[in-house]
Ligand binder design. Structure first.
Ligand SMILES: Cc1cc2nc3c(=O)[nH]c(=O)nc-3n(C[C@H](O)[C@H](O)[C@H](O)COP(=O)(O)OP(=O)(O)OC[C@H]3O[C@@H](n4cnc5c(N)ncnc54)[C@H](O)[C@@H]3O)c2cc1C
Length: 425
C-alpha cells in the first residue's frame, strides 16, 4: 500500500463514535486515518449501559461486564411501609447490561489496528474542502488530507454545523459507588428508574422530578445515581446530590464506604439533526445520534456504522466523487427520512415529559411500560419502524387515563412545531 496516497477517510476523535465508524470503514477495506486530542488507548470516562437483547442480536454479549435479569422500575409514590402498594415495582422482564468499557474500546481498536490505521495526536482547528480533497489543519500546524473527513468530536463538534432549534435539554446525574448499611436495591437487581418521591416535601414535588438509577454491582457494592431525565436549564448537581442524600436518609440508608463519586455528568438529549448538505460527515454525538428519550447511543453506533461504511465504500469506488458528494451519501444513509421522522417523535415526547409534574410523569411511565414488552423496548432502542412506533404511541394514548391524554394533547412552547416535524421531514 502506498502510505502517501490520499486516504479515503480522516476520522476526528477517539470516543465510541470515532472508533465505531473507523472500524467499520476499515472493515470495508477503505484507507483510514484518525486524528484525536487523546491517544485512542486512553480509557473513556463513562461506562455504557445497553439492553441485553441489543448486544445479543449483535453477537457482542461477551463485551458486557455486568448483566442483570432482575430489572425493575418504581413509578408509585413510595411509602415508609415496604409492603405498601405505593412501593410496587414494575418488572421489565428483560435483561440490562453494562459494557466493560475497556473491552468495548478494545473491540473497535482491534479492528482499527488490524487494518493498521494511522493515528495522529492533535486538535483539529480548520477544515478546507476542495472538490476531491478535504484538508484538516491541527493546532500544531499539521495538515492532513483525505477524500472525506468524518467529524466524531462529540456533542460540541469542531466542524459539524446544525440548525439552532432552541434550548437543548440536558440530562444531569450525580452518582456514587459504595457500600451501605443495608442493600439499597435488592441483591442482583437493576433499577432503571425509581421515581418514588415520598422523601420530598409537597413543595419540592412541584419542582423538576428526578429519579434513582441504581444497581447491585456485586461484592457488597452498589451504584446509585440521582438523575434528571432532561431539562433546560438542567437540574444542578448540588440539587441532585441533595436529593440523593434525602432519598437515602428516608430509607434509613447510610454510606459505609464511598468508593467513587461521579460529579458533573451532562448529557445533551435533544441535539438537532445537523445540516445534511455540509461537505463533512458527522458520526456519534456530533451527528445528533443520541436517542432523545433515553440518552443512549452505543447500540445505535454498533448498528449504524456498518451501514454508513458500506454506502461510503460503494460511493468511493467512483474516484471522481467529491468530498461533498461522499458526505452527502453518508448523511443520506445516516439520516434517512424514516429515522428523521422517528427522531421528531422522540423529541416531541421528551419535550412533553420535561413539562410533566411528578404525578403525571409517574402515570405516563406506568402506561408506557405497560405497553407490550417488544414495543417499549423498540421505542427505547429506536428499533421500531415508523409505522410500529406510531402504532405503539397510539395504543398507549388510547388506554391512558384522561389526565395523561390531556397532558399529551395540550401543546405548550415548541411542542406543536416539534410534532409537525414528524410530517415535514
Ligand atoms: C454521562 C454520560 C453517560 C452516558 N451513558 C450512556 C449509556 O449508558 N449508554 C449509551 O448508549 N450511551 C450513553 N451515553 C451517550 C453516548 O454514548 C456517549 O456520550 C458517547 O461518549 C458519545 O461518543 P462520541 O464519540 O460521539 O463523543 P465523545 O465520547 O465525547 O468523544 C469525542 C472525541 O473527540 C475528541 N475531540 C474533541 N475535539 C477534538 C478536536 N478538535 N480534534 C480532535 N479530536 C477532538 C475527544 O478527545 C474525544 O476523543 C452517555 C453520555 C454521557 C455524557
Amino acid at each position: 500500500m502506498n502510505t502517501n496516497a490520499l486516504k479515503d477517510a480522516l476520522v476526528l476523535g477517539s470516543g465510541p463514535g470515532a472508533l465505531s465508524i473507523a472500524a467499520a470503514l476499515a472493515n470495508e477495506k477503505l484507507s483510514v486515518e484518525i486524528l484525536s486530542e487523546q491517544s485512542p488507548n486512553e480509557p473513556w470516562p463513562f461506562t455504557y449501559g445497553i439492553w441485553g437483547e441489543e448486544v445479543d442480536e449483535l453477537g457482542l454479549s461477551d463485551l458486557l461486564e455486568h448483566r442483570w435479569i432482575n430489572t425493575v422500575s418504581y413509578f408509585g409514590e413510595g411509602d415508609k411501609d415496604p409492603n405498601s402498594k405505593k412501593n410496587e415495582a414494575t418488572h421489565h422482564n428483560r435483561d440490562y447490561g453494562l459494557f466493560d468499557k475497556n473491552k468495548l474500546q478494545a473491540y473497535w481498536l482491534g479492528q482499527c489496528n488490524k487494518a493498521a490505521i494511522k493515528w495522529h495526536k492533535g486538535s483539529a482547528i480548520n477544515l478546507e474542502t476542495k472538490d476531491l480533497i478535504s484538508t484538516v489543519k491541527t493546532s500544531t500546524g499539521q495538515e492532513l488530507n483525505a477524500r472525506l473527513v468524518i467529524d466524531a468530536t462529540g456533542y460540541k463538534p469542531v466542524f459539524i454545523k446544525a440548525p439552532d432549534q432552541g434550548p437543548i435539554a440536558v440530562q444531569t446525574c450525580y452518582g456514587i459507588v459504595g457500600e451501605f448499611n443495608a442493600p439499597p436495591v435488592e441483591q442482583g437487581q437493576f433499577v432503571l428508574m425509581d421515581y418514588r418521591c415520598d422523601h420530598l416535601e409537597p413543595e419540592e414535588r412541584k419542582e423538576a422530578p428526578t429519579f434513582l438509577y441504581a444497581m447491585d454491582m456485586g461484592n457488597g457494592k452498589f451504584f446509585l445515581e440521582e438523575t434528571s431525565l432532561g431539562l433546560s436549564p438542567p437540574v444542578t448537581l448540588d440539587e441532585l446530590k441533595r436529593r440523593l442524600e434525602k432519598r437515602l436518609e428516608n430509607r434509613g440508608l447510610e454510606i459505609k464506604s464511598l468508593q467513587h463519586e461521579e460529579h458533573g455528568l451532562y448529557l445533551p438529549m435533544n441535539m438537532p439533526i445537523p445540516d445534511l448538505t455540509q461537505p463533512v460527515l458527522g458520526f456519534g454525538g456530533s451527528a445528533g445520534m443520541v436517542h432523545p428519550a433515553s440518552g443512549y447511543m452505543v447500540g445505535s453506533l454498533l448498528r449504524r456504522a456498518p451501514k454508513v461504511a458500506k454506502a461510503l465504500s460503494f460511493a468511493m469506488k467512483d474516484s471522481k466523487a467529491s468530498s461533498a458528494s461522499l458526505a452527502k451519501k453518508g448523511w443520506e444513509v445516516l439520516w434517512p427520512t424514516e429515522l428523521k421522522r422517528k427522531q421528531a417523535i422522540y423529541k416531541f415526547g421528551l419535550e412533553k415529559l420535561m413539562r410533566f409534574e411528578e404525578e403525571l410523569l409517574r402515570g405516563f411511565f406506568i402506561e408506557f411500560f405497560s405497553l407490550p414488552n417488544k414495543k417499549w423496548y423498540g421505542f427505547l432502542t429506536n428499533t421500531l419502524t415508523l409505522k410500529e412506533l406510531i402504532s405503539a404511541m397510539w395504543q398507549m394514548f388510547k388506554k391512558s387515563p384522561w389526565s395523561i391524554k390531556h397532558g399529551l394533547m395540550r401543546m405548550r412552547g415548541r411542542e406543536l412545531n416539534l410534532l409537525l416535524k414528524v410530517f415535514n421531514n
